[in-house]
Design a protein around this ligand. Structure first.
Ligand code: ZN
Length: 115
């Protein structure tokens, strides 16, 4: 086995996806003779262990609220007023994006803003 193959297949090897004993022996033989790949394997395994040992990442308390305020038009931080002139609604479905600009004065129905 050459270093190139070792590095290309290392993730499979590390994750235990290589089960044929002949293949496992090839990896073991290469590591026995190649200091660079042996060091690479040890470094990757240590890094993965360190990541697993680290405390889980949790979003901050107000993360959801801030995310909604940035992405959902119905959750605008400030209410829409007729004085805002116009509003652009963007709807995205996969790769398809539809944009439509509305003049807020045209959206007044019985004295109230309506969609
Ligand atoms: Zn090597």
């Amino acid at each position: 086995m050459l270093c190139k193959e070792f590095l290309e297949r290392h993730t499979e090897f590390r994750d235990g996806l290589i089960t044929f004993s002949r293949e496992l022996h090839r990896f073991a033989r290469h590591m026995a003779h190649c200091t660079t790949c042996r060091r690479y394997d040890a470094t990757i395994r240590e890094a993965v262990q360190a990541l697993h040992a680290a405390s889980p990442i949790a979003p901050s308390r107000d993360f959801r609220q801030r995310l909604d305020a940035r992405h959902l038009p119905e959750n605008l931080a400030e209410p829409l007023l007729v004085e805002d002139r116009d509003v652009e609604v963007i709807v995205q479905l996969g790769q398809l994006e539809a944009r439509k600009k509305f003049n807020l004065k045209d959206m007044v129905y019985k004295g109230k803003l309506e969609l």
